[in-house]
Design a protein around this ligand. Structure first.
Ligand SMILES: [Zn+2]
Length: 317
């Protein structure tokens, strides 16, 4: 079944399925750890199932068994061969050949592209052609945590479903119900880091990220005092998840700004805003490319933050 925070999105697609108004293409967006792939699989299985209901796929029919065994002939998953790599043009082209065949087990054909933002220009163009000539009874589901990387021509041909959580309660409750041995403070800390994505928090709880966060906090404290060693810190930080690292720094500096609220125009506040801009710029750089030079990016960030002439600089992005 779907996760508790996906109910509204499920109602939307479920209604579309049962009124015969399902979109030809969907784009599922939201930060990592919201269970987008899980939702896409549930949706595809339901569309393919010969005995589906409002609750989803029946789980019992021939189609459902094939889907669960990852061998459904009418379903295709397109993903990079390795995490972080690109989806190749041949993979999208093979889809076109498959599209022309009639479904064999189900009445529908389904495709999941995950992550859709790992397609290069030629893969995008190839997919666009498919989206421009939608086939009957075909559902293409694109998944992306970074939809800003997708061409607008693709986005505009998809029905978009956004997965987000603005309050922590749903996530907190879900995680606590799993009975994981973590105290509430740590879970809440990780929820901030993971932008409230529950599955990301669970992944982080099983990693050493709490220690990473503490190390980053200590280093950043040094940087703010102008005592950091950019080369040494870049060596340490490049082992970390940079997105998380910068997200955490953003939270830290936001907290400092909140604490300063009565002196918004003080030099201290302006300095924090300058650092905030440096962080935002670094977050943008890490999210826009898969092939960034991590060490260089971290060094540049630390050097910018420690720059004594910060107030004469403008952040260009
Ligand atoms: Zn079924």
């Amino acid at each position: 079944m779907i996760y508790p925070w996906q109910q509204i999105q499920w109602q939307i697609v479920s209604q579309q399925i049962h009124t015969g108004r399902l979109a030809h293409a969907m784009l599922l967006t939201g930060v990592a750890g919201m269970g987008k792939l899980h939702f896409a699989n549930q949706l595809a299985a339901t569309v393919l199932c010969s005995n589906n209901s409002d609750q989803g796929a029946c789980g019992q029919c021939h189609s459902c068994k094939l889907f669960a065994g990852e061998s459904h002939p009418d379903h295709t998953l397109i993903a990079p061969d390795e995490a972080g790599k690109q989806i190749k043009i041949e993979q999208v082209r093979s889809l076109k050949d498959k599209q022309e065949l009639t479904p064999t087990v189900s009445k529908w054909k389904t495709v999941i592209v995950n992550p859709a933002d790992s397609m290069n220009i030629s893969s995008n163009n190839s997919l666009l052609k498919l989206l421009e000539e939608p086939q009957d009874n075909t559902l293409i589901i694109l998944i992306s945590a970074y939809p800003e990387k997708l061409p607008i021509t693709i986005i505009s041909r998809c029905q978009q479903l956004v997965f987000s959580l603005t309050d922590n309660n749903t996530a907190l409750q879900y995680i606590q119900n799993l009975g994981l041995s973590a105290d509430q403070d740590n879970i809440e800390r990780l929820l901030k880091l993971a932008k409230s994505a529950p599955l990301k928090v669970i992944e982080l709880l099983e990693s050493d990220v709490i220690q990473q966060v503490q190390a980053i906090e200590a280093d950043f404290e040094m940087v703010l005092k102008g005592q950091g060693n950019p080369v040494q810190m870049a060596q340490n930080w490049q082992k970390y998840d940079l997105q998380l690292c910068f997200n955490h720094l953003q939270t830290l500096i936001q907290q400092r700004l909140v604490n300063l609220k009565d002196t918004l125009h003080s030099q201290q506040a302006e300095h924090y805003w300058y650092i905030y801009d440096c962080i935002v710029k670094s977050i943008k750089l890490t999210s826009l490319s898969n092939n960034i030079n991590k060490i260089l990016l971290i060094e540049q960030f630390i050097v910018s933050v420690m720059d004594k002439n910060w107030n004469q600089k403008t952040i260009i992005d």
